[in-house]
Structure formats: structure tokens, C-alpha cells
Design a protein around this ligand. Structure first.
Ligand SMILES: [Zn+2]
Length: 374
């Protein structure tokens, strides 16, 4: 490499290290030594070290003198594009007069976690959106146990900070565990993506327990609750926070619509295959996507399927059309959009779609809150 390009290389690498230091939210007592991009294994490794300044004991927080460096540890961080990203560091140990030799705390992770706090916050978001812990584990590329541990640490963080901040919007969700019919219900603070509590079951009593983890004063500050149209949750919420606005958000509604489209597809596929027609075989995922998110090949597959006048295509069009509902900001306009959408859905002769339409109509006064939708 010519001298000029060697210089340029180091300038770029320095800038990259500095960029990652800021991205990780590290103050200047920590430095990013190296950012290593491994194209082969699709991995970004960020090597971090302590800058050599004052150390404090992780137990009593008193300043103490350095002792040695602990063996290198690895933390999984948020992916960089599609590349798995990890932080590696040898964390200094200090000698505290009161507590003995202690490893100092790192700002990017909690004591025993193998994940950074940012990764854990992201994992909790995925967990809130996924239908089951198993599904979240697959999406995150983690074991069930790892996801469960992240959830538990999330609850602890939620508990320890709960008194400090006003909570105004919460989400209540049910998650199935594995293949069985075991459920848990969890409450998240939508303002800060922390889990407030997780309880077994998805009954009214379970939801009551969630509400009881908040004090009455805290419940009075709740303005909005985002949750599924699940009777047990509706009942409990109406009893505990009667003044909060209940919102069945885009996520929950599109989950029901997607399920309805899939039911139509499954029964139509069965009929078609009996006649030796396998147009719908292997298309499950195709109908679940938002049209705008499809790549060109998938999009033309979808358009071809639509032109062939399949029931599934009709169900999909009704589902996709409902997206427009969220564009209306005023009650009246949203209501008249809903009326014409509803009439279309009811005339569709597609039972699963009709069922969802009826359910939405029952809940319309509460579902119709596009302004508060994220
Ligand atoms: Zn100490």
C-alpha cells in the first residue's frame, strides 16, 4: 500500500472506532481499539478496552486501584446490517479495601449477561411483537433459555426503575410457551420498552395481577393501553383503569387479518390439490407480507396469484385494504371508511374474513383510535 493510502486507512479506522464508541454510548473512559469485519463469517467484532482512568468497585462504588485484567469476555450486540456484532473486552479488576478483588462494571451490559443492554432492549421489542417465546428465539437466533433470561432481567430492570418514572402507556400481551397451551401474560411500558411484569396464564385473574403490580397512583397516570381483543384482558383492564383509552393497535389487528387470510388459503389449497392444482402450495408466507415490503420476484408472484382469481387473493386484498384505516385521523372519516370496508368483507363469502370483520365491528369504538397508534 502506498504511504498515502496507508494513512487514509488509519484515518478511516480511527473514525470507525470512534463511530462505534459513540454508537455504544461509551464515555471517554472506554475506548474502541479495533473494529474487525469478518466477511467470511458475517461478523463484526468490536474490541473495547478501559482507557486507564479511575476505577470503582462494582459492589460499593468506591474508587479503588487497578489489580489486573479479567480474561476476555464476549457480548452479543445489535447486528450491523445483517452481520452478527459482538463486543469483546478484557475488563479490569480492581482491589477494593472493603470488598476485595472485583471486576468493574461495564456500561454496555449488566453483570452476568452475555448480551448488551441495547440488544436486550431490542430482544424485548421482538418478544412483545412475536406470538410466542419460541418464535422470538428463532427470530433472534437465540435459545429459549437465553430469551427467557433476557425477559427476566428486563422485569428486574423494570422493577428497579419503576418508581422513578411516570408510566403513561402500557401494552398487555399474551405469549404461548413452546408447543403446549401454556401461556404467560406480560405488561410492558411502551414508553421505555421495559417489561413491567410477567405472570402465568392469560386469564382475567392473571391480568388483574399485572395491574396490581402498579400502585393506584401509577394506574391513575395510565392514559393508554394497547392490547389484543381478548375478553379476559378487556374485563380486567376496564376494572382497573376505567379511564384509560384501550387501543387495539395495528399489530394485533393485522395478526387477526393475517390469520384469516391463512385460513382461507389452507382450505382453498386443500380443494385445489384434490383437483391436482398446486398453485397455492408453499405460498403461505407470500400472503402474510405487506405488499410494499415484497421484493420484485415475490411481488410478481403475488400479482400473478391475484390475477388467477383465487379466494386467497380476495382475502388478501381485503386484508391489505384495511391498512388505509390507519391513515384516517378523524373519527368520522375513519368510521365511514370502516363501514365500506366492512360491507366488502361481509359480502366476500369468505367465512374467516367475515368473522374478523364482525369482531372489529364489535370493538370499533376502541379500535378506532388511529391517532394514538404508533
Ligand atoms: Zn468495594
Amino acid at each position: 500500500m502506498a504511504k498515502k493510502s496507508v494513512e487514509l486507512y488509519f484515518v478511516v479506522m480511527d473514525a470507525l472506532a470512534e463511530h462505534y464508541r459513540i454508537l455504544l454510548g461509551l464515555d471517554t473512559s472506554w475506548k474502541v481499539d479495533e473494529v474487525d469485519l469478518d466477511l467470511e463469517s458475517e461478523r463484526v467484532v468490536i474490541r473495547v478496552s478501559h482507557g486507564g482512568g479511575a476505577l470503582s468497585c462494582s459492589e460499593c462504588h468506591k474508587e479503588c486501584s487497578g489489580y489486573d485484567l479479567s480474561p476476555e469476555r464476549v457480548w452479543r450486540h445489535l447486528d450491523t446490517m445483517q452481520f452478527t456484532t459482538e463486543i469483546r473486552a478484557q475488563v479490569p479488576r480492581c482491589k477494593c479495601v472493603t470488598c476485595g478483588v472485583k471486576t468493574v462494571s461495564v456500561p454496555w451490559a449488566e453483570k452476568h449477561s452475555r448480551f448488551t443492554l441495547m440488544f436486550e432492549a431490542f430482544a424485548i421489542k421482538v418478544l412483545s411483537a412475536a406470538s410466542s417465546v419460541q418464535r422470538a428465539a428463532v427470530l433472534l437466533g437465540l435459545s429459549w433459555d437465553a430469551v427467557h433470561a433476557i425477559m427476566e432481567r428486563g422485569v428486574e430492570r423494570g422493577l428497579s426503575r419503576r418508581d422513578l418514572e411516570g408510566i403513561t402507556h402500557v401494552g398487555i400481551d399474551e405469549k404461548s410457551f413452546g408447543r403446549g397451551h401454556d401461556y404467560v401474560s406480560l405488561m410492558t411500558d411502551l414508553g421505555s420498552n421495559r417489561v413491567l411484569d410477567v405472570v402465568p396464564d392469560r386469564t382475567t385473574e392473571a391480568c388483574d395481577k399485572l395491574w396490581e403490580t402498579l400502585t393506584e397512583t401509577q394506574r391513575n397516570t395510565i392514559q393508554g393501553v394497547s392490547m389484543d381483543m381478548w375478553k379476559a384482558f378487556m374485563k380486567s383492564t376496564a376494572a382497573y383503569v376505567p379511564n384509560a383509552l384501550v387501543v387495539h393497535d395495528k399489530f394485533h389487528i393485522s395478526k387477526h387479518l393475517n390469520e384469516a387470510v391463512d385460513k382461507v388459503r389452507r382450505s382453498e389449497n386443500k380443494q385445489l390439490r384434490a383437483d391436482g392444482d398446486d398453485r397455492l402450495v408453499g405460498t403461505k408466507q407470500l400472503w402474510l407480507f405487506n405488499e410494499l415490503n415484497l421484493d420484485e420476484t415475490r411481488h410478481s408472484e403475488l400479482m400473478a396469484a391475484m390475477r388467477s382469481d383465487l379466494k386467497t387473493g380476495r382475502a388478501w386484498a381485503i386484508k391489505e385494504n384495511f391498512r388505509n384505516f390507519w391513515n384516517y385521523c378523524y373519527g368520522g372519516a375513519a368510521k365511514s371508511f370502516f363501514e365500506s370496508w366492512y360491507a366488502w368483507a361481509i359480502r366476500s363469502r369468505l367465512q374467516p374474513i367475515k368473522n374478523v370483520a364482525r369482531m372489529l365491528k364489535t370493538h370499533l369504538p376502541v379500535a378506532c383510535s388511529p391517532k394514538t397508534d404508533p
